[in-house]
Ligand binder design. Structure first.
Ligand code: VG1
Ligand code: CO
Length: 543
């Protein structure tokens, strides 16, 4: 087998976003596109000679072909060993766990997460470092710099590897180890949670509906919920991963998981509903007639995670992304542990977790996780909820009501305007930025702006600064609106508007979030000139 060196030249647009590089699948399939980016990852991390890499993806279209190319490039680059999930499958949290458990030097995860899949949809590739977490900002910068200078890549001339055969095989000098993608992860979950208590809950007739959305969590959820915990067959819906996710967006929110929402709001609703996303790192939690906002879910964990064995010793602290509601902060302040506010994206939690400053992390975008891995983890969140429900004996609705009564309710919603013309979106943000100094004191929609700024994060562990991380408006009375542009989309720009209002009046805890937030929604639209600039009269997605 010979190593071929292929001449290439830089391809524009290989700048990683919030979570790796995401493009239309057909773009990833263009000549040299995947190879340029893979070579840039290898170069950006100082080469792969002698290294061990974990490789797997969410099974979307092009997953296995891309893994074949990456393996031949890793072999050409001198990697010692690649650990690959059978069939090329690994959920993002399972990959993170494997990197850590096996002491690997890093990993490549093939996924565009919650974006749809298929030849005409999206594909993605992200690099995770030796701590199991997404590449830090500085590594990402190095990789991006390599994409702008790449002149050649190396690839082994060889047959494609059989990704289905468990065991080891050789590719040139490199060893490839094909492993079951679920076993290690399922064992880890067993160390964190009281499986006996959850099994007993199921034995008692507690019913669960888990929607795997034809994405990666199907095999994981079947093994853990149905086989190990004894939930009835059929608990896991849409459990077979499909290359196009059955034509849907594998995005666990009330819009894309509407079928599950309908079940949970029906007369015969199960006790607990949940869904995960394309790569298994997100979660949606729904009780009977009770959608739990991700920000509230993080706050519930901050309050009650100690009821699960893995967290019985208490929490070091909790971190949330800036646009996530302050509900978890309120728990941290009441209980006396640290709380942190980071930019959007899991890569910003890694340092805090590695340094032992936090145990729990979460984002408003349906992501929660803990120090057990260095990614957010969808099934972990589901199991933590089930563990808490089993120990307390309460329903989701009762837990939420107790929580709001004790800590107040941070009414919360995110409004997304998708596929907005990029220039229009940039202008909108720029105009807002230009007015930050003038806005305090102005009144709009009956609300007075009390503060306005653009979020910049100083990492307390490595001292790095990340600026331009979202524009924030604060209103008298405790309300907040945040504006930022998505870093994961592949078409035009997506404007995200995050809306929050704290309510501590015990008689006002049961409003519909859109009603409770009506004034803030109106003020945000007027101040940012959303409808006039974009021509949109309503968001595309409300979560
Ligand atoms: C979105 C979410 C962010 C999340 C990121 C990756 O990013 O808002 O909270 O970390 O997706 O999640 P953006 O830049 O589009 O707002 V995943 O599950 O798509 O890897
Ligand atoms: Co994801």
């Amino acid at each position: 087998m010979t190593v071929k060196t292929i001449e290439t030249s830089p391809i524009a647009g290989q700048k990683p976003g919030t979570s790796g590089l995401r493009k239309k699948t057909r773009v990833f399939m263009e000549p040299h596109f995947l190879e340029n980016y893979t070579q840039s990852i290898f170069d950006g991390i100082g080469g792969v000679v002698g290294k061990t890499l974990v490789i797997g993806g969410d099974g979307r279209f092009f997953n296995d072909t891309a893994i074949g190319i990456i393996l031949r490039m890793a072999a050409a680059g001198g990697a010692a060993r690649c650990i690959v999930g059978q069939g090329g499958l690994l959920s993002t949290p399972a990959a993170s766990h494997l990197i850590r458990k096996r002491g690997a030097d890093g990993g490549l995860i093939l996924s565009a997460s919650h974006n749809p899949g298929g030849i005409d949809e999206d594909f993605g590739l992200k690099y995770n470092g030796p701590n199991g977490g997404p590449a830090t900002e500085s590594v990402t910068e190095k990789i991006y710099a390599c994409t702008r200078n790449v002149t050649s890549y190396q690839i082994l001339e060889a047959e494609n590897v059989d990704l289905d055969r468990i065991g080891t095989q050789s590719l040139g000098e490199m060893t490839i180890e094909i492993i079951d993608p679920v076993t290690d992860y399922a064992e880890l979950m067993g160390t964190l949670f009281d499986f006996n208590a959850i099994s007993a809950l199921f034995q008692g007739g507690f019913r669960v509906a888990f929607d795997a959305m034809h994405a990666i969590t199907g095999p994981y959820a079947r093994e853990i919920l149905e086989r190990r915990l004894g939930a009835p067959a059929g608990t896991v819906m849409n459990g077979t991963p499909l290359p196009d996710f059955g034509g849907r967006h594998p995005d666990p929110n009330p819009v894309w998981a509407k079928a599950l929402m309908d079940i949970m709001h029906s007369d015969d609703a199960p006790d607990f509903g949940a869904a995960s996303d394309g790569d298994g790192d997100r979660n949606m939690i729904v009780g009977r007639n009770c959608y739990v906002s991700p920000s509230d879910s993080l706050a519930i964990f901050a309050d009650l995670a100690h009821l699960a064995a893995g967290y019985a010793g208490g929490l070091a602290g909790v971190a949330r992304s800036m646009p996530t509601s302050a509900a978890a902060d309120r728990v941290a302040m009441a209980k006396g542990f640290a709380h942190f506010e980071t930019p959007t994206g899991w890569k910003f939690f890694g340092n805090l977790l590695d340094d032992g400053q936090v145990t729990l992390c979460g984002e408003e975008s349906a992501g929660t996780g803990s120090s057990h891995v260095r990614e957010k983890d969808g099934l972990w969140a589901v199991l933590l909820w089930l563990n808490i429900l089993a120990v307390t004996g309460k329903s989701v609705t009762e837990l939420m009501r107790d929580h709001w009564t004790r800590y107040g309710r941070n009414y919360y919603s995110r409004h997304d305007y998708e596929a907005v013309d990029s220039a229009v979106a940039d202008d909108l943000m720029q105009a807002l930025r230009a007015r930050l100094g003038d806005l305090p004191g102005t009144s709009v929609a009956g609300l007075t702006v009390s503060g306005a700024d653009e979020f910049s994060y100083l990492d307390p562990v490595d001292g790095s600064t990340s600026s331009g991380q979202g524009i924030r408006l604060y209103f008298d009375g405790g309300g907040r609106a945040v504006f930022r542009l998505s870093g994961t989309g592949t078409v035009g720009a997506t404007l995200r508007v995050y809306l929050e209002q704290l309510e501590t009046d015990a008689g006002a805890l049961d409003h519909h979030p859109q009603e409770a937030l009506a004034s803030i929604i109106a003020a945000a639209d007027t101040i940012a000139e959303i409808s006039t600039r974009t021509g949109r009269t309503a968001p595309d997605v409300i979560t």
